[in-house]
Design a protein around this ligand. Structure first.
Ligand code: 8Y7
Length: 271
């Protein structure tokens, strides 16, 4: 179901009352589904459904609430089209229920570190995105510190991939994400974009989420909705090896990536 012939655009569908950039707009299943179908029409290849806000300082959500927010939406999208659906969760019960409801990918910002998550993901049979985060959303931006940013994240990926392998999740099921904004300064985020290819060397597809994040806002200024800046970030991330771009603005990103891909094809033909 999840084709990795990419770059693919993953459209963000937050079904939370408190999300950072589209808070509360899509927390009723009908509206959420309509938004998902709109993103599909705009060229999204994956819809990422999330019921827990990971905004710094966001309230934790109960398992029951997370299930109530996400599962009806996954079922409703699945009933209407066969788009790949990603479940953005760290909660084993939600991974299980989402897989039953027709999800195609588990996107875990905690990289299956919650108790039971490795087992739930393994049992689902789905691919998993392992994202790097230093700390927890409540404290991750307080004072991010690394001995060596690239080496620390790389070591984290290797450790999580080893845990996955031990739990029966083979390497072919793993995607990696450096976790922009998750325990990183703006300078560290920009450095990671520049050096993305070093993670591609681990041999797994890279997922990148820069869309509307504060690092973009810092550069373009508070008056901007961060659209053009986010598209620029997606373009550079793609050139540097990203396979999946997690974005809010699907149409704009798809258009930009079509141009990137067309230019790259000509480069290959010319070689
Ligand atoms: C990311 C993410 C968020 C990301 C992956 C936001 C759920 C914050 N960011 N998942 N989720 N990568 N894999 O601003 O960068 O969208 S939530």
């Amino acid at each position: 179901m999840l084709s990795l012939e990419l770059p693919a655009v993953m459209g963000v569908l937050n079904v939370t009352p408190d999300s950072f950039s589209d808070g509360g707009q899509f927390n009723d299943p009908e509206r959420a589904t309509a938004r998902a179908l709109q993103m599909v029409a705009e060229g999204a290849q994956i819809i990422d459904v999330g019921g827990e806000s990971t905004r710094p300082g966001a309230e934790p959500v109960s398992i029951a609430e997370e299930l109530t927010r996400t599962i009806p939406v996954i079922e409703a999208i699945r009933a209407r089209c066969d788009i790949a659906i990603s479940i953005d969760t760290s909660t084993p019960e939600v991974m299980h229920a989402a897989a039953e409801a027709g999800a195609s990918l588990i996107n875990d910002v905690r990289a299956l570190r919650r108790p039971g998550a490795l087992e739930a993901a393994a049992k689902s049979g789905l691919p998993v995105c392992l994202m790097h985060m230093q700390g927890e959303p409540a404290n991750m931006q307080d004072n991010p510190r690394y001995d060596d940013l690239l080496a620390d994240i790389r070591a984290f990926f290797l450790e999580r991939m080893e845990q996955c392998a031990g739990a029966g999740i083979s390497e072919e099921r793993v995607l990696l994400d450096p976790g922009f904004g998750f325990g990183k300064t703006p300078e560290q985020n920009l450095l990671l974009i520049n050096r993305l290819a070093e993670f591609a060397a681990l041999g797994r597809p890279l997922l990148v989420g820069l869309s509307r994040k504060s690092t973009i806002g810092k550069i373009v200024g508070a008056a901007s909705d961060r659209l053009f800046g986010s598209v620029a970030g997606a373009v550079v991330a793609t050139i540097n090896g990203a396979s999946i771009l997690r974005v809010h603005d699907v149409a704009a990103t798809v258009e930009a990536l079509k141009v990137v891909t067309a230019i790259d094809r000509e480069r290959v033909r010319d070689a």
